[in-house]
Design a protein around this ligand. Structure first.
Ligand SMILES: *Cc1c(COP(=O)(O)O)cnc(C)c1O
Length: 421
């Protein structure tokens, strides 16, 4: 059978003249509308890689050579697409960018050395002196800090309105407004934003919309389908998924991203080939990991809600969460991040519960295979005044757990013993 096949294919093989030589930059030709996991395994990768390698080789090159001046001229005249110098893009970045764009359902994506580098890169590319942006106030605290402390130095005005209050957002929009920014769901309160209303507000005022969808991931939420212009992720979290790299990405149309990509080449917030290799490898199992994160998140949120020592649970997958309806209408699952408060506990008693947990490690971050636990008061808001913490909605008895992909029974049993300790 094998020999027969070989012979058939040998005799029917087209001659060189009948077939176009394959372009080494050609991407894998996936059937249209393949499933998410098929995309995360294959999308964006070259159809044929160096030496026939199945995995994308790690190209550790800061610069890329030209055969001759004629070849350089073809490149500078835009006749040949290829690499030039590492700060403007590398093969490992391009491969990951194409995969992430496919997963997001976007035309293009630009990767950065961290999520914060992506936020800074986008805002620096878009905003001029005198421009304004409107933020929902539960956004990542470093993003808000960049706007209030640094963009302000360049004459950009940031207006913060309560998360989900579209009337306040509408009132905050002026002719100078260039961008509406939100996260969905937010951290640590897991508030989901109604993306239809968000996009409607942007479109009716001709203002670009940006969603930081790090906590949702493209597996659970596709902001592009609602018409959001720019989607941002800290790829450090679920996309990388193994708590072993820092990266960021912005997804959108080619036209929207071109100036952003150009500025990245000047800001220099680019990625090493090794980091991109890790991100590409992590993305191969993206759907499998997300399924388990969603499962563990839901299971543990329900366990916590039923536990007598727990006061409030913030998780969009449970009916008591104020965002449950919006989240259920927009999202496929709710991820692994859960915030909860301990009944009648002060901050020291809350710390004792954190310390008693054996499986989740005490650390910031989320979205990796290892579960992490932390007390926001100590981890991120220790140097704030009690008034500031109140304004941020950070309670002394609050615990944030980022469920990894461990066995759910083990996580529940461990939390049970920690809560009873
Ligand atoms: C972690 C995080 C960021 C920042 O990303 P880094 O990769 O740490 O720079 C931004 N937004 C959200 C929602 C995050 O969780």
């Amino acid at each position: 059978m094998t020999t027969e096949n070989k012979q058939t294919s040998a005799t029917s093989e087209p001659t060189q003249s009948e077939t176009a030589p394959s372009n080494p930059r050609d991407l894998v030709d996936l059937p249209e509308s393949v499933g998410f996991s098929t995309q995360s395994v294959h999308a964006g990768e070259r159809s044929q890689k160096a030496e026939g390698a199945i995995a994308t080789p790690i190209y550790t090159a800061s610069t890329f050579t030209f055969e001759s001046t004629a070849s350089l001229l073809r490149f500078v005249n835009g006749e040949e697409e290829r690499e030039e110098y590492g700060r403007y893009g590398t093969p490992n970045e391009r491969s990951v960018e194409a995969k992430l764009a496919a997963l997001e359902g976007a035309e293009d994506s630009v990767v950065y050395s961290s999520g914060m580098a992506a936020i800074v890169g986008v805002l620096m590319s878009r905003l001029n002196q005198g421009d304004e942006i409107v933020f929902f106030d539960q956004c990542y605290h470093r993003s808000r800090e960049f706007c209030s402390k640094h963009l302000s130095r360049f004459g950009v005005v940031t207006r913060q309105v309560p998360t989900g209050d579209f009337e306040a957002m509408r009132k905050a929009i002026s002719p100078k407004t260039k961008m509406l920014v939100s996260e969905s769901p937010t951290n640590p309160h897991l508030t989901a934003v109604d993306l239809e209303k968000f996009v409607e507000l942007g479109k009716s005022h001709q203002v670009e919309t940006l969603i930081d969808a790090t906590l949702a991931t493209p597996y659970n939420l596709r902001p592009i389908e609602f018409g959001v212009d720019l989607i941002l992720h800290s790829a450090t979290k679920y996309l990388g998924g193994h708590n072993d790299l820092l990266a960021g990405v912005i997804c959108g149309s080619k036209q929207a991203l071109d100036p952003i990509r150009s500025l990245r080449g000047i800001l220099g917030s680019v990625n090493s080939a090794h980091t991109m290799y890790l991100l590409e490898r992590g993305l191969k199992t993206f759907e499998l990991r997300m399924q388990r994160h969603n499962e563990n998140g839901q299971r543990i949120a329900e366990f916590l809600e039923a536990h007598p020592r727990v006061d409030r649970v913030y998780y969009p997958g449970i009916a008591s969460h104020p965002s449950h309806k919006i989240a259920a209408a927009q999202m496929r699952g709710y991820g692994g991040l859960i915030t909860f408060t301990i009944k009648d506990a002060d901050w020291q008693e809350t710390s004792r519960i954190v310390d008693a947990a054996k499986i989740p490690r005490i650390a910031p971050s989320l979205g990796g295979v290892e579960s992490l636990i932390e007390q926001p008061l100590v981890m991120s808001y220790y140097h704030c005044t009690p008034e500031e913490r109140e304004a941020f909605g950070i309670e002394d008895n609050m615990i944030r757990m980022a469920c990894g992909i461990e066995n759910p029974d083990d996580l529940v049993a461990d939390l049970e013993q920690a809560l009873n300790a």
